[in-house]
Design a protein around this ligand. Sequence first.
Ligand SMILES: *[C@@H]1O[C@H](CO)[C@@H](O)[C@H](O)[C@H]1NC(C)=O
Ligand SMILES: *[C@@H]1O[C@H](CO)[C@@H](O)[C@H](O)[C@H]1NC(C)=O
Ligand SMILES: *[C@@H]1O[C@H](CO)[C@@H](O)[C@H](O)[C@H]1NC(C)=O
Ligand SMILES: *[C@@H]1O[C@H](CO)[C@@H](O)[C@H](O)[C@H]1NC(C)=O
Ligand SMILES: *[C@@H]1O[C@H](CO)[C@@H](O)[C@H](O)[C@H]1NC(C)=O
Length: 419
Amino acid sequence: MANLLPSSHEVDMKFLSTTIIFSLSILLLLPNTSYSLHQNPKNRIKTATFLSESFEMGPGSIAAKTFLNIEFPEGHVGVKSFDAELVDEEGNSIPLYETYLHHWFAIKYIENITMSHDPKLRRTDDFAMERNEGMCNENILPHYWGFGVESRGTTSHIPDPFAIEQGNRINIPKGYKEKWLLNVMAIDTRGAQDKKGCTECRCDLMNLPKDFYNVTLDVHNQPLTTNYKGGIFCCQDNLQCKQRDGFQGSKRKVSLRYKISWVHWNKHQVPVKVYILDSTDRVRSNGSQIIHDCQAEYTIPTNGGDDSLHVQKANIPMKKGGYLIYGTTHMHSGVVNATLYRQNGETLCTSTPKYGTGDEPGNEKHYVVGMSVCYPQPGSIKVHDGEILTVESRYKNEFRTGVMGHFYIYLAEELPQQY
Ligand SMILES: *[C@@H]1O[C@H](CO)[C@@H](O)[C@H](O)[C@H]1NC(C)=O
Ligand SMILES: *[C@@H]1O[C@H](CO)[C@@H](O)[C@H](O)[C@H]1NC(C)=O
Ligand SMILES: *[C@@H]1O[C@H](CO)[C@@H](O)[C@H](O)[C@H]1NC(C)=O
Ligand SMILES: *[C@@H]1O[C@H](CO)[C@@H](O)[C@H](O)[C@H]1NC(C)=O
Ligand SMILES: *[C@@H]1O[C@H](CO)[C@@H](O)[C@H](O)[C@H]1NC(C)=O
């Protein structure tokens, strides 16, 4: 995760081959009609569905891919939602018990418009990641949108008149163009000896290279130790999770299908800022500055006691506050819920999982198929500048590797005048 942005040598723009655009102009029905007053009737919400490049997956295979220069709405826009799922070549939704969607992240970057055509002559300055507002350090959790297994059932929709502003030319350095990349990790668990272990990226289930622990660097750029039992570093591209003997299954091409809805930016839109708070953030101070140290994932140790719950907690100072417009989480199987508290102890948002009960994609039994979303009445909750928020992610207390507790919040620094 620390090195999501590919080196300039790897940059080879492959424009996406297949694009399906539905130019529907739908005005979403909103729960509270008073907001529709802010929606200029001529500035309709547009929706388009795109398909990432495809990648091949067979039983037990791991795919960890980065696709550069993905299709994204052109121009100065306000994004209202961004949803994604895995599909096969025919465009059918793939169920999670066949291919587990560990995560997809949509990350913004800028690219030098006049950089050399020869990848060998490109400079590191030709690319730069443009991360969200925080609060993690450096390249950790830099994305604007991203979920995993819970993707199909977690709404990313932002109520009017709020939107995530993108493509504003005054924010793009001269000589650069704003682009988007997708980082996708998927695990084909067909035929796996231990499906659950594979989805948790257990190292001892993978055909790791011999020198794995000597050459693989963790989030702090230190070699992994053999104490690392599982997580994103053991789910490397093209690795294979242990299979049952004699299992037969075919290879197939898989893509991430993503659907974006947006409006052209105008004075009727109110921007929200995107923050991802990590329950593993080991916040400290070096005397003059607050240092964030997000681990992005963690392990729940084998339960020695009889506590039924494992709680991971971080206290995160917000440099800048704002009105809370949206809140949800990215968590893994075993999640009980996650809560964001304000400094005085009040609950700002609790996100709870929905576990599937059937076979069909979107409702797969035992899988987390959605996380609930908080939509406070806009204007009703203001996070103050400098306020310390607490994130608590709660899982069932049983051995699990690579679990996550990422709290996504959207804050509006201003409200429309009516409020
Ligand atoms: C809609 O929003 C207005 C203005 O904030 C509020 O007074 C009203 O109670 C809301 N109505 C509903 C049905 O939530
Ligand atoms: C972009 O790359 C070209 C070719 O290397 C270089 O001359 C130019 O200065 C770069 N532009 C910026 C803004 O760095
Ligand atoms: C990997 O690290 C171990 C422990 O430090 C060491 O014994 C071993 O020789 C190293 N292997 C390689 C290939 O560097
Ligand atoms: C604290 O960290 C910041 C950012 O890394 C650095 O600029 C500053 O010099 C550090 N201050 C101290 C007292 O170490
Ligand atoms: C979250 O989980 C804890 C532990 O089970 C429980 O006490 C609490 O009521 C839950 N919160 C919500 C809002 O569901």
